[in-house]
Design a binder for this molecule. Structure first.
Ligand SMILES: Cc1cc2nc3c(=O)[nH]c(=O)nc-3n(C[C@H](O)[C@H](O)[C@H](O)COP(=O)(O)OP(=O)(O)OC[C@H]3O[C@@H](n4cnc5c(N)ncnc54)[C@H](O)[C@@H]3O)c2cc1C
Length: 417
């Protein structure tokens, strides 16, 4: 069953794949998105525990894609400031926005609502076809065209195939593209917690010994209770025990692990876990083929750049493809793909490396590393790679630049003060 269906075939209707389908449709192209999940899940994705810290640039991008207006305002939480705490050190590094440009460092939005809003927006584009409950099982690319085979034997052909099929991309492997993968040997547990004290819209990343706790400030819930998103990183067997514990014991243990800095905490909703693995593809393109989103760059979440980079990848690729459309050039041709590869690598590789370095340093509890990480916090932003990573964590402006005055040195006298 061969169908010549469209200009571009996308594998994966996650945020990156859906965003790309919208921008390519807006460039005048016919797009098919193949997604293994059923339509009902795409329409109403369940809560998955992830609260995505979006940069101002990504918020602007979601607006341009017609997705932002579909996200309820109550679900968009401003991230005013952030602080990084090391072990039991009384010192911390604080980050505040460049208030001349923005009131906040960024905005926290639940991942499932980003997916839902992008799906709804894609649905308004008549030239986007979403093939739900289908799995891409084969791929062929050649000089003139490219084709995908689905699990039921259907063959779809087009001029360009883009894989947005997770950091463990099967299509990347099928295309013979290797990836450097870093398994940190830890698992992240994410969930919402309500608590007694206000978080003041400040996020905390606490690299404690034996655990890393991020507390991301969310808007108060419908009952007016203070609420945060917990991201707890520990070895898998400890996370499994916590996951299996009943709600009351879980809440009590998290309150204690967080030293009751927000008072008593209570689990709100479901708990979710994710393995801590970062991935960087050795190439982002091949003949009539490109990788976007996590399939290209799967970031360690500590710098909160995975989805932000996913949106950047689709923006870079779609603007190059749109340029080819305007000049009647080949949308899947080598010049377009080569430029995409160069631009996206330049935008992501330094931060990918720096993020892994930071993550390794701060999750290593042996004595030399403890001393080194303590020295790093004390030296603050003098160490260039550390500074760049931490600053980049805390939001580029809408043009993708880092505001010069973003980083404010503030070593507060007491943790929790
Ligand atoms: C705990 C946690 C916190 C995070 N926090 C942040 C943050 O604060 N800021 C940030 O920017 N990022 C964050 N991220 C990263 C962010 O969630 C990811 O970067 C983003 O979801 C990746 O989107 P994607 O579209 O590339 O892939 P995915 O969301 O993984 O979607 C891929 C889709 O492809 C489909 N698929 C796969 N294979 C096939 C196939 N063969 N055929 C058909 N369909 C297929 C899958 O079903 C899936 O729907 C976080 C991640 C985690 C785990």
């Amino acid at each position: 069953m061969k169908q010549s269906c469209c200009d571009v075939l996308i594998i994966g209707a996650g945020p990156a794949g859906l965003a790309l389908s919208i921008s390519l449709a807006d460039a005048g192209l016919h797009v098919a998105v193949v997604e293994r999940q059923p339509e009902s899940v795409l329409q109403n994705p369940p809560f998955d525990g992830r609260e995505i810290a979006l940069t101002h640039r990504s918020v602007d991008r979601l607006q341009a894609l017609g997705a932002l207006e579909r996200i309820p305002e109550a679900e968009m939480s401003p991230l005013s400031e952030a602080r990084v705490v090391n072990g039991t050190s009384p010192r911390e590094i604080r980050f505040a926005p460049d208030r001349r440009a923005h009131d906040s460092l960024g905005t926290l939005v639940p991942n499932h609502l980003i997916r839902k809003s992008l799906y709804e927006s894609a649905r308004t584009r008549p030239t986007v076809q979403i093939l739900a409950e289908h799995t891409a099982t084969g791929i062929e690319t050649g000089r003139e065209s490219a084709a995908l085979t689905l699990e039921d034997g259907t063959r779809l052909s087009g001029r360009l195939i883009v894989a947005a099929d997770t950091r463990f991309s099967e299509t990347r492997r099928r295309m013979g593209i290797s990836a450097s993968m870093r398994d940190f040997g830890k698992t992240m547990l994410v969930c919402r917690m309500t608590h007694e004290k206000s978080h003041g819209n400040v996020a905390t990343e606490w690299f404690d010994y034996g655990q890393t706790i991020a507390m991301l400030p969310l808007n108060d819930n419908a009952s007016g209770q203070h609420m945060s998103s917990l991201v707890l990183t520990m070895p898998a067997r400890q996370i499994e025990r916590l996951l299996a514990s009943d709600e009351a014991s879980f809440s009590a243990e998290i309150s204690a692990r967080y030293r009751r800095l927000l008072g008593s905490m209570t689990l709100s909703g479901t708990r979710h876990t994710y393995p801590l693995v970062s991935v960087y593809a050795s190439r982002f393109v091949a003949e009539r083929f490109a990788l976007v989103g996590d399939a290209a760059v799967g970031m360690h979440p500590v710098t909160a750049h995975g989805l932000n980079f996913g949106l950047l990848s689709e923006q870079t690729l779609s603007s190059l493809v749109a340029g080819a459309v305007r000049s009647t050039a080949d949308i899947g041709g080598e010049p377009v793909l080569r430029r995409y590869e160069a631009q996206h690598r330049r935008a992501t590789h330094p931060l990918y490396l720096a993020t892994n370095t930071i993550a390794t340093l701060y999750t290593e509890d042996r004595l030399p590393a403890r001393l080194l990480r303590s020295a790093v916090v004390h030296a603050g932003e003098r160490l260039a790679p550390v500074r760049q990573t931490l600053v980049a964590t805390l939001m580029r402006d809408s043009a993708g630049r880092l505001p010069r005055s973003l980083l404010r040195r503030a070593f507060a006298p007491r943790f929790g003060a």
